[in-house]
Design a protein around this ligand. Structure first.
Ligand SMILES: C[S@@+](CC[C@H](N)C(=O)[O-])C[C@H]1O[C@@H](n2cnc3c(N)ncnc32)[C@H](O)[C@@H]1O
Length: 271
């Protein structure tokens, strides 16, 4: 089978299709949290190699360029070509599965996994890869979800997509139960060879409005996937009904307070 004819995994297609809406609405909501992770990286006069695994649309790349420093190296990897296409083209972008990174062993001084481990079929494979590619003593930065809370606005869009008879999203194995509490993150990282595992928790506090909630709900993620598979007539119906209902919600109904877990760790210096 040639690489071109290899089937694109569903998760990558979800992000390919939803890349524009993701980059416009969701990436900015996550960004300030992921940025706080970078504060854990100690300053260094030496250039560093930084790998952003599941870099998505590349929101973190400008900040990671600073972490890499003058003469450092930065690479963005993601399964979704559509997401990577939106990332800074001056940074090397590589389409790859987090479970099989096309990187040499112990190459990374800093490895970043922002908002990805929970959506993998088995995060342990990706964490083993993280341990392989990070040099002894190197830094690992991870963002995952704790409790994920649907906003009332999300529920409205979902109800209208359901009411239109949209087919369910195919069930994909996930790793939420390995990544959704500080203890679970520690239990995931330590056996792979990471030490000094520290997790902080903070609410997302992302504020949307009727227009952005509708664009997100019908644009990306599993709801967007289901919406796009409706007929044009049904899409119009969902859009109209959801817009009418969103227009009368209160501002608080658009605030996403899901828990964000921010974890820093180091690859054991003894390798
Ligand atoms: C929620 S987005 C996070 C993107 C970026 N890190 C950010 O903070 O905005 C998750 C990303 O993981 C990617 N992804 C999902 N499964 C993957 C896999 N097995 N290997 C590599 N990337 C994957 C998706 O394509 C998507 O770009």
């Amino acid at each position: 089978m040639t690489p071109e004819s290899r089937p694109v995994p569903t998760i990558a297609r979800v992000f390919d299709e939803g890349a524009t809406a993701y980059a416009e609405f969701w990436a900015p909501a996550l960004h300030r949290h992921a940025l706080t992770l970078l504060a854990a990286v100690p300053p260094s006069a030496d250039p560093r190699t930084v790998v952003d695994v599941a870099a998505g649309a590349g929101t973190l790349l400008p900040a990671l360029r600073a972490v890499a420093g003058e003469g450092g190296r930065l690479v963005a990897l993601d399964y979704s070509a559509g997401m990577l296409a939106l990332a800074d083209p001056t940074v090397p972008r590589v389409q790859a599965d987090a479970a099989a990174l096309p990187l040499a062993s112990e190459v990374a001084d800093v490895a970043v996994y922002a908002f990805v481990l929970f959506m993998l079929p088995d995060a342990r494979g990706a964490v083993a890869e993280a341990a392989r590619v990070t040099r002894p003593g190197g830094q690992l930065l991870v963002a995952t979800w704790g409790t994920q809370l649907d906003t009332a606005a999300d529920a409205v869009v979902r109800e209208e997509i359901d009411a239109a008879g949209a087919a369910p999203f195919p069930a994909l194995a996930r790793s939420d139960e390995l990544t959704d509490t500080p203890d679970r993150v520690r239990s995931l990282l330590e056996p792979a060879g990471f030490v000094d595992v520290t997790t902080t928790m903070q609410p997302l506090e992302a504020v949307f409005d009727a227009a952005s909630a509708l664009e997100m709900g019908t644009g990306f993620g599993t709801m967007g996937w289901r919406f796009r598979r409706l007929s044009p007539d049904l899409q119009r119906q969902v859009t109209k009904r959801a817009a009418d209902r969103l227009a009368v919600l209160a501002p608080d109904d658009f605030v996403d307070r899901s828990e964000v877990l921010l974890t820093t760790a180091r690859r054991s210096p003894s390798g």
